[in-house]
Design a binder for this molecule. Structure first.
Ligand code: AKG
Ligand code: FE2
Length: 343
């Protein structure tokens, strides 16, 4: 047999459908199994919505800061990104997963990490192994989309040929929308509107796209598409497909995030929690999968450059409110988190 990467979940899913048996390494411990732990949402527990077309700025700032301070996540509607640009991003991503050969996928994977160094670049399976050796029901593709100097096109699919154009187009729109969000978040902390953007590296802010591919699974009650985690980004701006599955933890309950056509899901990540000295909360979330439906999602992680030191903003700390986090380089934070060392 020729040398092969670890089998994708996509390939496994097809095999599992045929045999009807789920490999044991995917079965979560009871305390994590979706059916045992999900509370179905009612009107009261729906995650907040922020409407960027709201003309009353004060209202808008209030809505964003409340969402970031309580849930750490919100649905962003009327964000100004044309639906066609989102559709193109989605269709080229789906084509990559469904039409390219295993060899073409492997060409987008990072083969340079055999020495054990961490990589989040390219095509593959989960970035971190669970402590208990369990696996998640998803494959992914990871690559930067901005700034141009940070992009490694090795990780970008060559097929479909329009992949590059669709991703570049989305990057331009996404930057405009996320710029607005960061400004409103800054104002919500009582800061000058560029405060968060600048503290995150200004023009050097990195936009790291991930495509998640969660194939249908014969036992969605037993597996997770992604285990509970907080994003290490500053913020994450996510395009979902129409198949729900994302859940967020609120008051010790897992709440499903409903699908709203054309809305983006914004998560507060760890770096904003740190900069805000805990006023905004990095949201704990996980992903469940479906028996007969494919979920895909396109989160973009907005991250400071590796060497930038991130700590609570001096404007937000004083005697009553001392710093709760220690300043450190983003790359050191990332290393500790991905290797599960104390932060
Ligand atoms: O698929 C989703 O909605 C969530 C993806 C996610 O949390 C991640 O990739 O970090
Ligand atoms: Fe996440």
């Amino acid at each position: 047999m020729e040398m092969e990467m670890e089998k994708s979940v996509q390939a496994l899913a097809s095999a599992t459908l045929l045999s009807g048996t789920l490999p044991a390494e995917f079965i979560r411990p009871l305390a994590e199994q979706p059916t045992a732990t999900t509370r179905h949402y009612g009107p009261v527990s729906m995650i907040p919505t922020v409407d960027l077309s709201e003309t009353d700025q004060e209202k808008l700032v209030q809505a964003i800061s409340e969402a970031c301070g309580t849930w750490g996540t919100f649905q962003l509607v009327n964000h100004g990104i044309p639906p066609e640009a989102i559709n193109r991003l989605q269709s080229v991503g789906r084509e990559f997963f469904e039409l390219s050969s295993p060899k073409e996928k492997e060409e987008c994977s990072d083969k340079a990490t055999a020495g054990g160094s961490r990589s989040v670049g390219g095509y593959g399976r989960q970035v971190r192994e669970d402590a208990d050796g369990k696996k998640v029901w998803s494959d992914h593709l990871f690559h930067k989309i901005w700034p141009p100097s940070s992009i490694n096109y090795q990780f970008w699919p060559k097929n479909p040929p329009s992949y590059r154009e669709a991703n570049e187009e989305y990057a331009v729109y996404l930057r405009e929308a996320s710029d607005k969000v960061l400004k409103l978040m800054s104002l919500g902390l009582g800061l000058e509107e560029n405060a968060l953007g600048e503290a995150l590296g200004g023009e050097q802010l990195q936009y790291n796209l991930k495509i998640n591919y969660y194939p249908p699974c014969p036992r969605p009650d037993l597996v997770l598409g992604l285990v509970a985690h907080r994003d290490l980004s500053a913020i994450t701006v996510l395009v979902p497909n129409e198949v729900p599955g994302l859940q967020v933890l609120k008051d010790d309950q897992w709440i499903e995030v409903e699908y709203i056509p054309n809305s983006l899901i914004v998560h507060v990540g760890d770096q904003i929690e740190i900069l805000s000295n805990g006023k905004y909360r990095s949201v704990l979330h996980r992903v469940t999968v479906k028996k007969d439906r494919l979920r895909m999602s396109w989160p973009v992680f907005l991250e400071p450059p590796a060497e930038l030191v991130v700590g609570p903003l001096p404007q937000l700390i004083n005697d009553q409110d001392p710093a709760k986090y220690k300043p450190q380089k983003f790359k050191d934070y990332m290393f500790s988190k991905l290797n599960k060392l104390p932060e």
